[in-house]
Design a protein around this ligand. Structure first.
Ligand SMILES: *[C@@H]1O[C@H](CO)[C@@H](O)[C@H](O)[C@H]1NC(C)=O
Ligand SMILES: *[C@@H]1O[C@H](CO)[C@@H](O)[C@H](O)[C@H]1NC(C)=O
Ligand SMILES: *[C@@H]1O[C@H](CO)[C@@H](O)[C@H](O)[C@H]1NC(C)=O
Ligand SMILES: *[C@@H]1O[C@H](CO)[C@@H](O)[C@H](O)[C@H]1NC(C)=O
Length: 568
């Protein structure tokens, strides 16, 4: 009896192991718990042995190196990676060098260009699943792709493959120099290599490479906007932009061509030669370089690239001077109180000494004439403050001012730019739920019972954040279910509400040249139209009026000589 049972178990086990190798079968992960009963995927760039997830019916392939940082030139172009034999894809903890945002410690190594793939058991070569790739945010200075923040559990339930990856940050990813060795925007070029890797290899994991959605939040969303505008290769079909577009912040600052000299000096190496400084910095321990970058206060930025022979050029013009050539489906939106945490947590003295109007206006505009500047600022002050002056006990006017200039107007102008370029399958959302899983409120210790949804708060409702496992009250579950259903419907069908369901009992119309409908996501789902239309109309009129005072930044338009159009 006993031995008969055992024999059949072993037989079933062998069959399953064979099936596993070829089809990613959906056999129970706990069957025997043996080490070699692990999913293996063969691809032209290597074999990857992953893990069975314990919290759902899916497999994980963690820490796959999609590219390498060139040890001879750590600030230069990434090198594609391939290897022989079997790679143990079990570690999602790598990070590129950075000051991380949770404990503010310097962390990370240059062995960091890795991706994590989460594959539902239903995926196979015969049943390929749509793919959702997530680009993390963090001001192009911090962030990492592991399950610490981007846990896949809520998304993979909906039968999509989910992927996250690291890219270089700060001085390693975004030094803007005039040398062919560092042809600029390396972090974005890391992203392009990751997307290329996914397009070429995801089918071996049971992915459908004709249905790839690239999603991003904040700086990740800004990255997505770059890929929509600049990437000529058809590496994806759909995009999700959460609270970030190129226009949302001042990118394209004048690059500091002396950054390497300043960094080297901070590290006690004095030279006047950029290449000499670079070869010194190349050997510096990454944590020391990150510290030096912090101590010199150098700003790393994206920038328009000089054209160098043999360099892989990406951003060759100012983004507003480019015509979007590829057709993609778009899900785009924002949270209803983007500025809440940033403005709430400002120290009282800083809040009261900061002139928000000047800060936001001077960022994009330059007036030759003091009188004109004074008039414009007065109109803006009257609009937001009436006859009051901002004070720390009433921060609401500045929250709106900041959010309007930095998020809502730029995002809605981008919607218009996309429409004008012919992208017509586009859905607009406003996320307004504030609960225990709000990511930034929680991180910055701001009570979720006040204010609306702040910047990046939605992350807790898409991802299984490792330190929020217990926070799943009924309302939070409802919002997680709605967000992940809408997002993955879009990934699968290019339409977030293909048919009404109990969970989402409505159909969400797309935007058009005439109408700007949007879905407000909360415990009640609500269809609205033209979000914040009074404030946005004010900004539209303002921008039209002062359009010709836009800053003409050095280094931005030497290619075309065109005016930089903040207004598009
Ligand atoms: C995994 O699949 C089994 C069998 O279909 C199902 O009963 C179970 O609920 C699934 N688990 C999760 C976490 O979805
Ligand atoms: C921050 O510190 C806590 C407590 O030491 C630790 O559990 C957590 O992993 C750290 N977070 C990061 C991102 O390193
Ligand atoms: C640079 O030199 C100063 C003065 O000797 C010293 O205090 C500092 O620690 C040095 N910095 C580094 C990064 O070695
Ligand atoms: C978070 O805020 C609460 C209430 O304002 C305060 O009591 C607590 O000390 C804060 N925690 C941290 C870690 O700052």
């Amino acid at each position: 009896m006993f031995s008969g049972n055992r024999a059949s178990q072993v037989f079933v086990f062998l069959l399953l192991t064979i099936a596993e190798q070829w089809t990613q079968s959906s056999a129970s992960d706990t069957l025997l718990g043996l080490e070699w009963f692990r999913p293996i995927v063969h691809t032209p760039v290597g074999c990857f042995r992953g893990l069975r997830a314990q919290d759902g019916n899916y497999s994980m392939f963690l820490g796959i190196p999609y590219a390498k940082v060139d040890p001879e030139n750590v600030f230069g172009p990434p090198i594609p990676h391939r290897f022989k034999g079997i790679f143990d894809a079990v570690d999602d903890t790598s990070r590129c060098p950075q000051i991380e945002e949770f404990n503010h410690t310097i962390t990370g190594t240059l062995d960091c260009l890795h991706l994590n793939i989460y594959v539902p058991n239903s995926a196979s070569i015969d049943n390929p699943l749509p793919v959702m790739v997530q680009i993390f945010g963090g001001k192009f200075q911090f962030g990492f792709a592991g399950r610490y923040l981007y846990g896949p559990r809520f998304l993979v339930r909906h039968d999509v493959i989910f992927i996250t990856f690291n890219y270089r940050l700060g001085p390693y990813g975004f030094m803007c120099l005039n040398t062919y060795k560092v042809p600029r925007n390396q972090g974005l070029k890391d992203q392009v290599l990751a997307l290329r890797w996914i397009k070429e290899n995801i089918r071996y994991f049971g992915g459908d490479d004709s249905k790839i959605t690239v999603a991003g939040n904040s700086a990740g969303s800004i990255s997505v906007d770059f890929h929509v505008r600049f990437l000529q290769e058809p590496l994806f079909n759909r995009v999700i932009l959460q609270s970030g577009v190129i226009l949302t912040k001042q990118l394209f600052k004048d690059p500091d061509p002396e950054a390497p000299l300043k960094l080297a000096k901070q590290l006690n190496y004095t030279t006047n030669d950029i290449n000499d400084a670079l070869s010194f910095l190349n050997r510096v321990e990454p944590h020391a370089l990150i510290a030096a970058n912090r101590d010199t206060g150098l700003v790393v930025e994206l920038c328009v690239e000089k054209q160098f022979d043999n360099a892989d050029n990406f951003i060759t013009k100012h983004p507003n001077n480019i015509n979007i050539v590829r057709d993609v489906d778009v899900l785009i939106g924002f949270n209803n109180d983007e500025g809440y945490v940033a403005v709430t947590t400002m120290k009282k003295e800083k809040f009261e000494s900061e002139d928000f109007v000047s800060l936001l206006l001077d960022r994009d505009f330059k007036f030759e004439n003091e009188r004109k500047l004074y008039e414009i600022k007065k109109i803006i002050r009257n609009f937001y403050y009436g006859d009051d002056v901002p004070h720390a006990d009433n921060r609401r006017p500045n929250m709106n001012l900041y959010a309007d200039f930095s998020f809502y107007s730029p995002i809605l102008r981008t919607v218009r730019k996309y429409l004008d370029s012919g992208l017509d399958n586009m859905y607009l959302y406003m996320f307004s739920y504030s609960g225990e899983r709000c990511f930034v409120k929680d991180k910055d210790n701001v009570s979720y019972t006040e204010g609306g949804a702040s910047h990046a708060d939605e992350l807790g409702y898409l991802y299984d954040i490792s330190y929020m496992k217990e926070r799943l009250r009924d309302e939070d579950i409802l919002i997680v279910d709605r967000m992940t259903e809408l997002w993955t419907n879009f990934v699968k069908y290019g339409n977030p509400t293909p048919k009404p369901t109990k969970l989402i009992p409505l159909q969400w119309p797309r935007v058009s040249q005439d109408k700007l409908p949007y879905l407000e996501i909360n415990t009640e789902l609500r269809l609205g139209s033209r979000p914040m239309h009074e404030r946005m109309s004010f900004l539209d009129l303002l921008y039209r009026h002062i359009e010709h005072y836009q800053r003409d930044k050095q280094g931005v338009n030497y290619e075309t000589g065109n005016y930089i159009r903040i207004w598009s």
